[in-house]
Write a protein that binds this ligand. Structure first.
Ligand code: LRH
Length: 482
């Protein structure tokens, strides 16, 4: 209905956004309200560097964004009926018996995770763990981070009574309800995608306290009204808190206008999440060997995908290059000399650092390829290497699932990057359909609208198809790709 607005809070690794939206005649009407930066905060621990998120700073921006939404909706003669939060996955908060935040929220790129996954395999071999969780092995999965907490600060885990993922923490502060939304729970590597419950077996094997894990709720769950203190602080009286697909990638997949079951997607932001939507998890030996993940999607679907390092490398290079904007870099890359291909998933790219351009150059040097010098050349190496990796991963996807990918949908900020989309089409030999850009926000809003009954009979993907224009890239001969 036209006067009912939903507010989406979308927290990405490099920035957060608050937007409001409503569905009118099957189309999404969206208004951006507030943007703010996000990033790691260095805190020393026993003389070593540790990275945290500034979760209170983010919360402050969220409250500000909500207040803006209330005023804007009122000025349009409407009102805010619901609020929902999505964010990056795997990171979590621990609360004590009084509901007080313990420690802080560690950043998944913190060095405290170094070596933890490898040690974990000594007690629980990787193939056994994969058979129970179906999750891609990444050194920062919640499982390994919790083991790091236990190792470094056993007192914290001993006092912990509740574990909440980042969006769950914000939903708790907004509504007073402490629950874990399913799509994000599925990224922890102690969730069983077949039983759709926490994996007692995995938790027991690592001597982790299952009692701290809250009930799992579905994307679209109504968590109740805003707490009176929050309604008072933001002016959003009567608004409800509705969990969207709280894992940002799950929200992005909701907003990917996939038209047939053989369509693949690339959710292109800090990470590139490359995969397909399946009706059930694939835990086969081939899936393990290709190191694909089976994350939970909306309506019981499986997000069968793989993390590729993504635009992170270029985001970090930009810091070293006086924050030159992405559009300028894409233009420079398009006309720069290219040719070198590096392994974008090399672990040396994972930690933040001002020396990111040097890391790209070093990898070219080590592999005896032309060493890029200018910004454009370095960006080109990364973009072309990403495209090559997408092609490889989609090939693995085809092999493991037995499907032939029809089209590749690129959603998120990377869908704006013209050369990257074209090189992706060239490398994959598939048609690339780019858009929408704000997929995480759009998916968040549309799940809230569906759960509140304000979007009528149209499905979220139908709304996306009716609302957003897409750009189509056909594969070109690589000789003329620039
Ligand atoms: C993308 C993302 C991805 C996770 C990573 C930690 O923002 O949520 O799906 O693997 O962050």
């Amino acid at each position: 209905s036209a006067d009912a607005w939903h507010v989406a809070v979308d927290l990405g690794a490099s920035g957060g956004r608050v937007a409001m939206g409503r569905v009118v005649d099957g189309q999404l009407d969206i208004e951006m309200l507030h943007r703010f930066p996000n990033g790691p905060v260095l805190v020393p621990w026993r003389g070593q560097a540790r990275l945290y998120w500034d979760v209170l700073g983010l919360w402050k921006e969220v409250l500000h964004g909500l207040a803006l939404a209330g005023r804007r909706a009122a000025s349009l003669g409407g009102r805010v009926v619901s609020v929902g939060v999505d964010s990056w996955a795997v990171d979590f908060a621990l609360l004590d018996a009084d509901g007080v935040l313990l420690d802080g929220v560690h950043h998944y790129r913190s060095a405290r995770n170094d070596g933890v996954m490898k040690r974990a395999f000594e007690t629980h071999p990787a193939d056994v763990l994969y058979a129970k969780t179906g999750v891609q092995f990444l050194p920062f999965n919640t499982l390994y981070q919790l083991l790091a907490s236990k190792h470094d600060a056993p007192g914290v885990l001993a006092r912990a009574r509740t574990l909440l993922m980042v969006p769950d923490l914000l939903h708790f502060w907004l509504s007073g309800r402490a629950v874990c939304e399913r799509t994000n729970a599925s990224t922890t590597q102690f969730y069983d995608p077949r039983t759709r419950q926490w994996s007692s077996e995995v938790l027991r094997a690592f001597d982790l306290p299952e009692g701290i894990l809250p009930d799992i709720v579905e994307p679209g769950a109504d968590l109740g009204e805003l707490l009176p203190v929050i309604a008072e602080a933001t002016g959003l009286h009567g608004a409800r808190v509705i969990a969207p697909a709280s894992h940002d990638t799950a929200s992005a997949v909701v907003a990917a206008p996939l038209t047939d079951e053989n369509a693949a997607y690339i959710s292109s932001g800090t990470w590139s999440l490359v995969g397909a939507e399946l009706s059930r998890p694939v835990l086969s030996k081939e899936a393990l060997e290709a190191n694909f993940t089976n994350e939970g999607g909306v309506d019981g679907t499986t997000r069968f995908l793989k993390n590729v390092m993504g635009l992170w490398i270029v985001q970090e290079c930009r810091r070293a290059w006086a924050d030159v904007d992405f559009a300028t870099l894409a233009n420079e890359a398009e006309v720069a000399e290219g040719g070198a291909i590096v392994d974008v998933d090399d672990p040396r790219f994972l930690p933040p650092g001002d020396d990111m351009p040097e890391r790209v150059k070093a990898l070219c040097r080590e592999t005896r390829q032309r060493v890029p010098e200018t910004r454009g050349e370095i960006a080109r190496v990364v973009f072309e290497s990403l495209a090559a990796t997408y092609a490889r991963v989609l090939g693995e996807l085809e092999r493991v699932t037995g499907r032939t990918v029809s089209t590749v949908h690129v959603v998120g900020g990377g869908s704006l990057n013209r050369p990257l989309c074209q090189w992706t089409a060239n490398a994959t030999r598939k048609t690339v359909v780019a858009g929408p850009i704000d997929a995480t926000l759009v998916g968040n809003l549309l799940l809230q609208a569906r759960a509140s009954g304000t979007s009528g009979a149209v499905t979220p993907r139908e709304v996306v198809a009716r609302t957003f224009a897409v750009h189509v890239y056909e594969p070109a001969n690589s000789a003329v790709r620039a």
